[in-house]
Design a protein around this ligand. Structure first.
Ligand code: AMP
Length: 222
């Protein structure tokens, strides 16, 4: 099963995709992770990605589409949960073409809906684990020891684009692009909305139930 998660930054796409990966045994592919890895490379590509990423701008489609689809092709055998991609219609069309070429399609699009003032607050307080990307919030979900990941003990850091200027820019871009994406998938009858202004567990239960009705097979919790 191939699933696209939509929703503003801070709506919990990464958290939900991680939990869904475990419950549904479908690989989670986050475009932000792929681009953050590219951002680290000491090449012209790395410098270009860094420039857009750090300003909170979308990385140009030509770069993003190639990197994400390349990564997706390596994960796609058992299906994929896409988080952060597509972000606009050109990316959505490129994704459809890549899936069609492999005899696949998007089975469900899940939009995580949350008010912008809620997600803004989540992003400002967000801290991310250096080793594996576990996510905390200094106010609503602090780690046991400040600055240290509960799970793997690595350093917690503030992403370079989780600053007020970049957050404002990212949410503005999201608001501009999201309407055309939800129309695109809504017209195909594959768009489903889940209220994401709740605990991660409550959101997950709804998402698992929804995807279960659409044919996913959750594994037992444990
Ligand atoms: P995210 O982790 O999804 O918030 O993404 C962090 C940053 O990575 C974004 O602000 C963009 O600079 C870049 N990015 C992630 N996904 C995409 C995408 N689909 N298209 C263009 N840029 C992206």
């Amino acid at each position: 099963m191939n699933v696209v998660l939509l929703g503003p930054q801070g709506s919990g796409k990464g958290t939900q995709a991680d939990m869904l990966e475990e419950r549904l045994e479908i690989a989670h592919l986050a475009s932000g992770d792929v681009l953050r890895a590219a951002r680290e490379s000491d090449t012209e590509l790395g410098a270009t990605v860094r420039r857009f990423y750090d300003a909170g701008e979308l990385v140009p489609d030509a770069i993003t589409i190639e990197l994400i689809l390349d990564s997706m092709r390596r994960h796609m055998a058992g299906g994929v949960i896409l988080d952060g991609f597509p972000r606009n219609l050109a990316q959505a069309r490129a994704l459809d073409a890549a899936l069609a070429a492999a005899g696949q399609r998007i089975d469900a699009v899940v939009e995580l809906a949350a008010p912008l003032d809620v997600v803004r607050e989540r992003l400002v307080g967000r801290r991310t684990c250096r080793a594996q990307g576990h996510i905390y919030n200094v106010v609503t979900n602090p780690p046991a020891t400040a600055g240290v990941c509960d799970v793997d003990g690595s350093e917690l850091y503030q992403r370079p684009d989780d600053n007020p200027q970049a957050i404002a820019k990212r949410l503005e871009i999201w608001a501009r692009e999201n309407g055309e994406l939800t129309r695109y998938y809504g017209d195909r009858g594959i768009l489903h909305r889940v209220d994401a202004d709740r605990t991660p567990e409550a959101v997950l239960e709804d998402a698992v139930a929804l995807l279960g009705r659409l044919g996913a097979r959750p594994v037992a919790e444990g």
